[in-house]
Design a protein around this ligand. Sequence first.
Ligand code: ADP
Ligand code: ZN
Ligand code: ZN
Length: 794
Amino acid sequence: MIASVIVDVPAKQIDRTFDYQVPENLQSVVQRGIRVVVPFGPRKIQGFILGIKEESSVKKLKLIEEVVDIEPVLNEELMSLSEWLTEQTLCYRISALQVMLPAAMKAKYNKFFHLLEDVDIPSHIRELFQKESPLTWKTADEQHALKDLQELIKQRKVEVKYVVRQSGNVKKKRFVEINGQLTVDDIPANAKKQKLIMEHLNRHDGKMSVAELKEAAGTTSAVIKTMIDNGYLKEFFSEQYRDPFAERTFEKTEHFTLTPDQKNAITPILEKVNQYEQQTFLLHGVTGSGKTEIYLQTIDQVLKQNRQAIMLVPEISLTPQMVQRFKGRFGNQVAVMHSGLSVGEKYDEWRKIHRGEVNVVVGARSAIFAPFKKLGVIIIDEEHETSYKQEDSPRYHARDVAIERSNRHGCPVILGSATPSLESFARAKKGNYQLLELEYRMNQQDLPEVRVIDMREELREGNRSMFSRDLLTEIEKRIEKKEQVVLFLNRRGYSSFIMCRDCGTVMQCPHCEVSLTYHRSKESMKCHYCGHEEYVPNTCPECESEHIRYFGTGTQKVEEELFKLMPHVKTIRMDVDTTSKKGSHEKLLDVFGRGEADILLGTQMIAKGLDFPNITLVGVLSADTMLHLPDFRASEKTFQLLTQVSGRAGRHEKPGEVIIQTYTPEHFSIELAKSQNYEWFYQKEMMMRKAAQYPPFYYLSLITLSHENVNKAAGVCNEIADILKSRLSDQSIILGPVASPIARIQDKYRYQCIIKYKREPELKNLLKKILDQYSDTGKDAVTIHIDVQPYIMM
Ligand code: ADP
Ligand code: ZN
Ligand code: ZN
C-alpha cells in the first residue's frame, strides 16, 4: 500500500505529492484526507494523504511515520473543492488545503538534537540534551553550548531532528463516577466525607467532574483520591469544548409572522430549498427591512430537512447582538467562527461542525469552508463587503466559493445587502441571480434625514476646523437632550490624495478615472494605474487658489480637537489602536450602550451592526477620504459606506439625523447616498465603469512583482507585460508595467501589470505558465503574485 502525501509546507518546488510506503500496522487507518507525519529530508513533517495506490514509479520508498487522524479531516467534497480552489486562484495545492482547516491543526515543529554515536560529548552540552526543546536555549551558557554543538553537527556526531508537535490540543476535564453497583451503605460509617461525596454523585447520575464535586461537597482532592484507591470511584477524562459563549444564556426567540413583502421574498427561496436545487438569490433591502428574519426562517426549513446552513457575515458585524439572534433561535445547534476567538475555541467550534453536532455556522469569511456534509443553504449577508475577498494566498472570494459549494450540494445561495456590489446587481439584472426586493423598513420609520455640508463654504467663512458649525451645533443639542452621537472617520492613515481646499478639486490622472497619490519624498503626484507622474502644483489648476494640501486625518487628532472644542463631552474612540485587545471592541460598545459616553468616534468598524436606541445623530467627518482612493471602486465604496453609516441613526422611536461633511457635495456618490437611491447610483456608476472599462464590464487580473532591486522588479514586469501583449487578444487591455500603489513593502520594490479582459479562455493557463516560469526560489529571485479577481489593487 502506497500513499501520495502532500507536505504541509507551502513552497513551489514541493507543491506536489510524494509517495510513501504505508507500514502494515497503519494500513487499516490510512485513507485519503487524513494527516500523517512523514520523514522529509532530515526532518519529520506533517502532510495530507491525497491518494492511495498500489504502485509507485519511485524505487525506494520511505515509510509513513505515524498517522495524526483516524478519520479524514477533509471529506471528499472539500478535497475536490481544494482542487477547484487551486485552479481558480492559482495557489499552491497545500495552501488550498490549509485554508479549510482551523489554525490549530497546522503542525508546529520542534528542533531536537540526536547523538549519532556514543562519542565523548562535553558535559555542558550533554546536560542540555535533557531539556525539552533546544529552540528555547537563551542564556549565555546555553548559547555557548549551542555553538559547540554546531561544531559537533559539522563533524556529524550529532544530528538535528525536527519533531512534529500537534498544536491542536483537545481540552480534557477529569471526572469520577461511582464504581458499579456501589451504594452509600457500602462506605464505612465513620467516613463521613466519603458518604457525602457519594450522595452528591447520586444526585448527578453517579458522575461529576472533579472540580464540581469538590465545590459541591466542600471536599479535597485527597479524599477523592482515597476513594479511587479504595475502588469506590472510577476516574475518567472527558473532552471539553472551550465555549466562548459558555457564560451567556440566550433567550429563546420565535419566528415572526412574515409581512407580505417578506413572504414574497422567501417563497422562491423555500421552493429551491425544497427542490434541492441551486439558485443564487440577491436579496436587496435597506437595513431594518427584515432580511435577517428571512435568513432565520430559511435556515429553519433547512434544519427540518436534516440539512445544514452556512451564514456568513463580515467580521466586524459579528457582534454579540448578531450571535444572540442566531443562538436565540437555534440554541446549541449554532457554531460561531470569527477571528476574535482563541485558537482553541476556533478548533472546538470546527470540531462541533466536523462531528455533526451543530447544523448552523455563523461566521466570517473562512466559515465558507465549514465541513458540513449536506448543505441546505448558504447565506452571505452584506455581500458587497470587501472583507469577503482574502488578500493572501489563496486569494479567493467567499461568494465564488459559496456558489461552487452550492452547486455541489444542490442548494440555494442568498446574497443580502442594502447596497449590493455592482457585480452582483448586474448579474441579477441579467437574470443570472434572482433579484428579491424588500422596500420598506420593518418599523415603518422613515430613513433618517441626511444633510450634506459643503466644507468649502466653511472655509470661506473662516472655519478651518474639521468640524462644520452645523455639526457642532447639532452635537451640542443632542448632548443637552442626553442623546448620543456617532462620529465617523474613514480608515486611518490611508488618505494621501491632494485637494484644493477652496474649490474641492482633487488632482486626477489625465488618462485614468482615478485620483493621483501624493508622494511626500518627491513632492509629486502619481497615477498608480498608468504611471503618470507630475509635481504638486503651487496653485489649483481650476481656481488658482493656493490652498492646496494633501489629506490625512486620524481619529486621534479628531479626538483632541473635539476635546478642545467641547471639554465637557465624554468621547469613546474606537479604532485599530483601541480595539486590538481581545474583547475590547465589545467592552467599548457596552460602555457606550449603557450611556456612559456621549460620542462614539471611530473608523469604519463602527459603521456596522451598531444598534442603540439613543443614537439620534450620525456625523461623517470627511466623506471624501474614501472617494479619492486610487481605486476604481472608490465611488461604490463611498456610496455603500455612507448608506450604511446613515442606517445607524434613528433605528428606534427617536428620529435620526445624518450630517455628511464633504468638499465635493456635487459628487454623485454623495448626492445619491443623501437620497439613499441605490438604483440611480447603480445606473450612474455602471455608465462610468463601462466608459472606463472596469468590472462588471471587464474582468481583471493583477500580477505583482517585487524585488529589492527596483530595476529587476520593473524588468521582469516588463518581460511579463510583453508576453501578455503577444499572447492575448486585441480586445484585452494590459496596463503596466507600473509601480504598485504601495511601491515598496519591506524594502522590496513592487511593480504591477493589470489585465482587463472580456473573454480570454487561455488566460488562466498562460498565467499558470508565467507563474511557473517566474516563481524561481533562488536567493536573488523576483517574487511574483497573481490575483485572478483582485479587490484591492495594492
Ligand atoms: P435587516 O436584516 O434587513 O436589517 P431585520 O431582519 O433585522 O432586518 O429586521 C429589522 C427588525 O424588525 C428586527 O428588530 C426584527 O426583529 C424585526 N422584524 C423582522 N421581521 C419582522 C416581522 N415579520 N414582524 C415583526 N418584526 C419583524
Ligand atoms: Zn481650486
Ligand atoms: Zn493614470
